[in-house]
Design a protein around this ligand. Structure first.
Ligand SMILES: [Fe+2]
Length: 274
């Protein structure tokens, strides 16, 4: 089998800082990432992508912004609000999720964000960090690598993720706001810890981390047990991230319904149930 770490995109990754092409440097980085993930549910790799590459990525992203679709909903961390529960239950407390999204198949394969996503070394490195014996880029061309753009007054509501982990790359930060806020491991498999989640939704900050992510930072986050949000953006400059999706199966496709819900679009390729 060929070495997945061969031929790294040298024009995109700062390999001096993150030597993914060197077995020893990579092993050290992997250990650090595993430790941070276990302790904090999140790993940040600032400057993973070089400043020049970030500028290229953002100009490519801005060029396709007119194709973005809009999402705007008031949701609880668990979905739509329940009406059969008391007002202090977090399943009744909503926050606003409003943003624009660009589907993966609107991004050219030659686009820099796509080239980084499609490098096998990145997939393999992430698999090693999350200790997955099998890991593949999502096959679905709409969901595999997409963009989320949060403009003035918009944000991403407090929520838990349904997938095991997500990888994001921050391309542009807002002038103010647009912070990533998360409560590491606030719930477990056994305990939803609704009281603590409700406290966070009401503005409590005990156990909540707030991070202002800088452009070029690769973030690996396990959001299944850590409630998180992007705080409302202030100012004209939009917060832009690329989202990279992975799955344990090589043929992961999402349903047409999911494509409609997330991207407000139908697909031209065959879909499967998710
Ligand atoms: Fe999330």
């Amino acid at each position: 089998m060929s070495d997945p770490f061969a031929h790294p995109p040298r024009d995109l990754i700062d390999l001096a800082r993150y030597p993914l092409d060197d077995p020893r440097g990579r092993a050290e980085l992997m250990e650090r990432c595993r430790r941070e993930l276990a302790a904090e549910s999140c790993v940040m790799l600032p400057g993973f992508v070089t400043g020049q590459a970030v500028r290229r990525m953002i100009s490519e992203a801005m060029a396709i912004l007119p194709r973005a679709s809009r999402r705007d909903h008031d949701l609880t961390p668990y979905g739509p609000p329940r009406t059969d529960l008391p007002a202090d239950d977090p399943r009744t407390i909503t926050s606003r999720s409003a943003m624009h999204v660009v589907a993966g198949d609107d991004l050219a394969e030659s686009a820099a964000v796509q080239r980084l996503y499609r490098w096998d070394g990145l997939t393999r490195f992430i698999a090693e960090v999350v200790e997955a014996s099998e890991l593949y880029r999502v096959l679905d061309p709409i969901f595999n690598c997409n963009l989320s753009i949060i403009g003035e007054g918009d944000g991403h509501h407090w929520h838990f993720d349904s997938n095991d982990f997500v990888v994001t790359l921050l391309l542009q930060q807002a002038e103010a706001g647009g912070d990533f806020e998360f409560a590491p491991y606030i719930r477990s498999e056994e305990d939803e810890n609704y009281t603590a989640v409700a406290e966070v939704l009401r503005g409590g900050r005990d156990g909540v981390k707030t991070v202002r992510v800088e452009p070029g930072t690769l973030v690996l986050f396990c959001g299944k047990r850590s409630v998180h949000r992007v705080s409302p953006v202030e100012g004209k400059r939009k917060r832009v991230i690329a989202l990279y999706s992975y799955d344990k199966r090589p043929d992961k496709m999402f349903s047409d319904e999911s494509a409609m819900r997330v991207f407000n679009r139908r697909r031209t390729t065959p879909a499967a149930a998710d």
